[in-house]
Structures are given as structure tokens and as C-alpha cells.
Design a protein around this ligand. Structure first.
Ligand SMILES: O=C(O)CCC(=O)C(=O)O
Length: 285
């Protein structure tokens, strides 16, 4: 099956598309893990969260939808799309939509407070006092030509400190064909003005100055580097620098992609005020 992002094919030969480095073995060696993060702009840690807890959150979320959204004889936890959007289903993340409800639920709060996440944040930020931003985003895609465009996080949070890390958590298994996160190798060291000049050149969102492009091949041709992928499993975490260019891939399976991103920063630095309130799909940020 071809790999796509926003309906545009992504070249997958080994010169353009490569697996992420798995840094799980460095978990017991904080200095080496931090050095790897600084070198690559990301670390990919497999199975650091309890799979059962992750799958329970998936089941809790999909359990809030109309059963017509799911294929017959499948559980909400499996998250298998029926191929139809039930009448009356609200836009993603607006008040009343399950994603909006989820991020305000005790179930989610407990999940986001998993000590494994804070422990890794302390290592990567090299600080014992870390803080999780309250604006935590739930993403969910059924099959279709839609995914996150190439961007850096700092373009969405540039009214605060850049001493911040993002954790991307697949809530369920997410092989490449289900549309997970992809990183542009080595892009965290590229100067901002080199990224900024690309933003108007090839974009399906001419009125939004934040994304670089919806075309991942074109982005890699301009900046160099391969797109890095993973066949994520529930319990894995991919963590990136706010300067690393990343995007996501289209969901081409009936199994829906659900993920959460949470962000940590040292308590001593100034957060972007837009990230201090709960996320809503229509908050414009
Ligand atoms: O999950 C996605 O599609 C994009 C997530 C993202 O860009 C992020 O976590 O920074």
C-alpha cells in the first residue's frame, strides 16, 4: 500500500523513508537518553506505558460515540470504522464531541498524569521540577486523505519558552498505514528563516502561516533528510523538540488512529499563555 499524507504520495525507498531510532534501551541511562534527544531532536521509547491502560482509554473514548460509527461486531476499543459518519456527529473536539469531553475527564487526567511520562520529561529537560501544559490535544482520524501538515511545534507556541518537549502517544496500535507521526531527520537544527521562506510556496492552507507544507516529499527535497516512521504500538511514546519538523500520515486502514499529545516544560520557565487552558477543537490555536 502506498504511504500518503493529505492525499499526496510519500516516497518510501530507503533514501527517503527510514525507521526511527528506538532509544528504549537508554531509559536506564539518563545522560545518554538526553544526549540522544539532543542529537536527533527526538527519542522513540517503546512500551513505556502499560498497554492495558492505553487500550482502556481508547475504549473509553470510542465508547462515547454512536455505535453506528463502528463496524458490526467490533468493540469500541478496537476502533474499527464502519465507513459511515453517524448523522449529528459533531466536528472534532468541539463542546459535546467525545474528544472535548475526554480531555476534561478524570479518566484522561489520570492517564496524562502517568508517572512514566513525568519521569522521562525530567530526564529530557534535565530538571526535577517539570510542568505539564493543560492544553492536551486528542487526535483521531478515520480513513481518508487528511493528516497533520509538516510543521514545528514552536510555530504554535512561540509566546513562551522554547524549553519544551512534546510527547506523542498513540492510543492504540498505529502501524504506518494507520497514520502515525513522522519526523524529518535532523530538521531540529535548521534555522527558522529557512523554514519560514518555504511556508507560502507549496501549501494547501495559504491563509495559515504556521504549517510548512502538506507535501512531505517536497518538504524533504527543500530541507534534506528522510522522513522517519515507526510502527507504533499502544504504550509507545515518541518525544520531540519544538524545533523538529514533523507531520503525520494518512489513515488508510479501517482501524482508526487515535493519539494524544502532551507537553512538558520546566516549572521555572514562562509557558505560552494559550496553552494554559484545556484544548477545544475550535479554540483557534
Ligand atoms: O498527531 C498528529 O497528527 C500531529 C501531532 C503533532 O504535530 C504534535 O504532537 O506535535
Amino acid at each position: 500500500m502506498q504511504v500518503l499524507s493529505n492525499g499526496v504520495p510519500v516516497t518510501t525507498d530507503s533514501e527517503n523513508f527510514a525507521p526511527m531510532r528506538d532509544s528504549s534501551a537508554l531509559l536506564g541511562d539518563p545522560d545518554k537518553l538526553r544526549a540522544q534527544f539532543e542529537q536527533d531532536g527526538y527519542v522513540y521509547l517503546r512500551g513505556i506505558l502499560d498497554r492495558e491502560k492505553v487500550m482502556q482509554l481508547r475504549g473509553f473514548y470510542f465508547g462515547m460515540f454512536d455505535p453506528a460509527y463502528f463496524a458490526e461486531d467490533t468493540s469500541p476499543e478496537a476502533g474499527i470504522w464502519s465507513g459511515t459518519i453517524p448523522a449529528g456527529q459533531l466536528s472534532h473536539g468541539v463542546a459535546g464531541h467525545p474528544a472535548h469531553t475526554l480531555v476534561r475527564s478524570p479518566e484522561f487526567e489520570q492517564f496524562a498524569a502517568s508517572p512514566e511520562l513525568e519521569q522521562v520529561a525530567r530526564i529530557l529537560l534535565d530538571d526535577d521540577q517539570v510542568f505539564q501544559l493543560p492544553r492536551q490535544i486528542v487526535r483521531h482520524f478515520n480513513k481518508g486523505p487528511l493528516s497533520s501538515r509538516a510543521h514545528t511545534d514552536f510555530d504554535y507556541m512561540d509566546r513562551g519558552s522554547a524549553s519544551i518537549i512534546t510527547m506523542w502517544l498513540p492510543i492504540g496500535d498505529c502501524p504506518v498505514q494507520s497514520g502515525g507521526l513522522t519526523y524529518l531527520e535532523g530538521s531540529h537544527t535548521i534555522a527558522k528563516d529557512k523554514l519560514d521562506v518555504l511556508k507560502t510556496k507549496r501549501t494547501d492552507r495559504p491563509n495559515d502561516t504556521r504549517p510548512i507544507s502538506h507535501d512531505l516529499d517536497w518538504t524533504a527535497q527543500q530541507l534534506g533528510g528522510r522522513w522517519l516512521y515507526a510502527d507504533y504500538q499502544a504504550g509507545d511514546v515518541a518525544i520531540h523538540s519544538p524545533h523538529l519538523v514533523h507531520a503525520s500520515l494518512d489513515t488508510q486502514t479501517d482501524m482508526m488512529r487515535m493519539s494524544v499529545d502532551v507537553r512538558f516544560l520546566p516549572r521555572s520557565v514562562e509557558p505560552d499563555p494559550r496553552w494554559l487552558t484545556k484544548w477545544s477543537g475550535d479554540d483557534g490555536n
